[in-house]
Design a protein around this ligand. Structure first.
Ligand code: MSP
Length: 631
């Protein structure tokens, strides 16, 4: 059995958690759950960072001691994680004895390495970042690029860690381990920092009182990052060299957003090198969740109404939207309207309706799950696709592409929907065709069970609901075809994603902070961001057959082969192309377009064409492999 240790950052306990914190934690949870169903021994850590001047200051404003303030905030984090179904194995607080004991041991080791020294220090400091800005990072305005606040001139006696000494070893580590930092853009950024030279860094504050005293000079308090980073080992019981520590360190994945990679991928590994401990295997950085293109900010009133959206659509829809909509390494703009669309199209329509329809047919025609006695057309295609879906999913999860992972599962869900459609299973209730009907329904239920296993890391509550409705009493995690027993009594099938009709809701009055803001230049000129462009999934397909849609002069119904699946697409090109000339032609298909019914014909995608009066189809210059993505 392999082990898998994954961590989120420990979030500052100086305010309530928001959707940005939820994003990292949900992504880490999906990965932890994914490794659990693969059979790995998983340890998943999250927690709170409770020391530092900022927290002291906020507590004072509230008239509380910092400890009482943290004691109030920590449960707000744990309650949110419970609500979001986060499966962490530990919630670490830096005020805990476990952490304090570990820090004492770690800082002693650091000191004994000979790479810690005392020296006076003065420089520009950002309080919210809790860090000094070296000369080369300063702008003329002396403003923090993240918080947009003026930097303060701070002068004090500090202990320093000889970070500069580790530059070459770090560069060597990066070159020996090309996957150490993901994605590559962040890796390159950090390589630039490394190559331009490292300065020694202060590890203590003498002007701060809230924190952990240095074991070798208790008048000095450990700098908050020096206190925080070792949480990844203290949580495992590094202080006592415990079983967990020996089993799980080094971590497989430290997950976070891009702004704190420097601490994790330069300072932390150098500290570990000094203390002679193994380095984490991968530092994974995702982009920021934004609202109307702007960074979330409590002070500026830019926030995501996570509670409201969860109340409306449910926890799993929120989890699904975050993981499906955004490309993990890039920034992503949170839009309630997109959540609504994904809820209706992907969850309620593709998945929910499929389950409902199949359960309805089983209930109407059989006592329980029928036996698959009568194989026929399309069965093997569906079975094989289940297998390839698992393989593709593996590859996407290895590269942290949660969006593609979910799209891959949905390609299978849509295939099963078409299987039900193509076989016209509802017409097979006559005695002579009933065995075939039973087989198709068995396969459809087995496909749904299979899908529920693959979905369980992302939307665990839904996965359980699906299996319960199918009649399974214990959650089955086996992603192997044919595992579904026959004769199980299926339930009546309550909709797992009931329709949410926005029109029925009262439009809430915008709060001051939510009132429309001035449009950015990009919004005014209708430009889209690269992230928005990337949402389009364009693929090369080949037309298998084409026919006129009855009663519609302009429409053709096309069957298109996309390599791994076949699609039906309705295209308004009948006045420009005769059906038979299209057969065999390669076309570009928008495959992640919401399905639509046009003149009673279902359309699952769109074909790209140019022109208004004289329309021509867009094709690759030479034939390419079917399913190739167009970028
Ligand atoms: N306490 C430090 C981390 C110490 S780890 C040893 C800290 N805390 S934080 O509360 O500021 O959390 C930062 C992290 O929260 C980000 O790296 C990211 O994981 C998450 N996010 C906070 N805002 C976010 C967005 N707007 N979008 C995406 N993730 C966000 O830094």
């Amino acid at each position: 059995m392999s082990t898998f240790y994954i961590t989120t950052p420990i979030y500052y306990a100086n305010g309530e958690p928001h959707a940005g914190h939820a994003y990292t934690t949900i992504a880490a949870d999906a990965l932890a759950r994914y490794h659990r169903i693969k059979g790995d021994d998983v340890f998943f850590l999250t927690g709170v960072d409770e020391h530092g001047a900022n927290i002291d200051k906020t507590a004072e404003k509230e008239g509380l001691t910092p400890q009482t303030f943290c004691d109030k905030l920590a449960p707000i984090f744990t309650q949110l994680w419970e609500r979001l179904n986060i499966s962490n194995d530990i919630f670490l607080r830096t005020t805990s004895d476990l952490h304090k004991r570990g820090i004492k041991k770690f800082l002693t080791a650091l000191y004994e390495s000979g790479d810690v020294y005392k020296a006076p220090y003065e420089g520009y400091y950002c309080r919210p970042c809790e860090r000094f800005f070296p000369e080369k990072e300063l702008t003329d305005e002396k403003i923090c690029p993240i918080h947009k606040l003026p930097l303060e001139w701070v002068k004090e006696e500090n202990y320093f860690f000889r970070l500069s000494k580790y530059q070459d070893r770090l560069l060597q580590h990066y070159s020996d381990n090309p996957d150490f930092v993901h994605p590559e853009s962040r890796r390159n950024e950090l390589l630039n920092v490394l190559e331009s030279g490292l300065e020694d860094t202060s590890i203590s504050r003498s002007s701060v009182s809230w924190g952990i005293p240095l074991p070798f000079d208790p008048k000095h308090i450990a700098y908050v990052w020096i206190d925080a980073l070792p949480n990844y080992i203290t949580a495992l019981g590094y202080d006592a060299d415990s079983e967990n520590y020996r089993t799980f360190w080094p971590a497989n994945v430290h997950m976070m957003a891009k702004e704190i990679t420097r601490f994790h991928a330069i300072l932390w590994p150098a500290m570990l090198m000094a203390a002679d401990l193994p380095l984490p295997k991968q530092i994974i950085a995702h982009g920021w969740l934004t609202k109307d293109g702007e960074a979330l900010s409590k002070t500026r009133g830019i926030f995501i109404d996570m509670d409201g959206d969860i109340a409306k659509y449910g926890v799993d829809s929120f989890r699904y939207y975050l993981l499906r909509e955004f490309s993990f390494g890039n920034d992503g703009d949170y839009r309630p309207s997109r959540l609504h669309q994904r809820y209706n199209a992907d969850l309620a329509n593709d998945l929910g309706n499929l389950l409902n329809r199949v359960l309805g047919l089983v209930n109407k025609n059989f006592d329980g799950i029928p036996e698959p006695t009568t194989p026929g057309e399309f069965d093997d295609e569906v079975k094989e696709m289940a297998q390839t879906t698992t393989e593709k999913l593996d590859a996407h999860m290895k590269s942290f592409a949660f969006d593609s992972a979910l799209e891959t599962i949905w390609e299978f869900v849509r295939r099963v929907n078409r299987y039900v459609q193509q076989t016209e299973v509802w017409t097979l209730a006559k005695p002579e065709t009933k065995p075939r009907m039973g087989t198709i329904l068995y396969n459809s239920l087995e496909a749904l069970r299979y899908v529920s296993v693959l979905l369980s890391p992302f939307i665990p509550e839904t996965a359980e609901k699906i299996q319960k409705q199918i009649g399974l009493t214990e959650f089955d995690t086996v992603a192997e075809w044919g595992h579904l027993p026959v004769d199980l009594k299926v339930s009546r099938g309550e909709p797992i994603f009931p329709r949410v009709d926005l029109k029925k809701e009262k439009t809430p009055q915008p709060k001051e902070a939510e009132k429309p803001k001035k449009k950015t230049k990009a919004q005014e000129s209708n430009l889209i961001s690269f992230a928005e462009f990337q949402k389009l999934d364009l693929r090369v397909g080949s037309v298998i057959s084409a026919e006129q849609v009855q009663g519609a002069d302009r429409l053709l119904k096309l069957q298109v082969d996309l390599g791994t699946e076949k699609r039906q697409v309705v295209a308004g090109i009948a006045e420009h192309y005769k059906p038979d000339v299209l057969v065999g032609k390669q076309v570009i298909v928008v495959v992640n377009l919401e399905p639509a019914t046009i003149r009673n014909v279902e359309s699952h995608g769109m074909i790209l064409a140019a022109g208004d009066d004289s329309v021509v189809l867009v094709s690759p210059e030479t034939d390419v492999q079917l399913g190739t993505q167009v970028r």
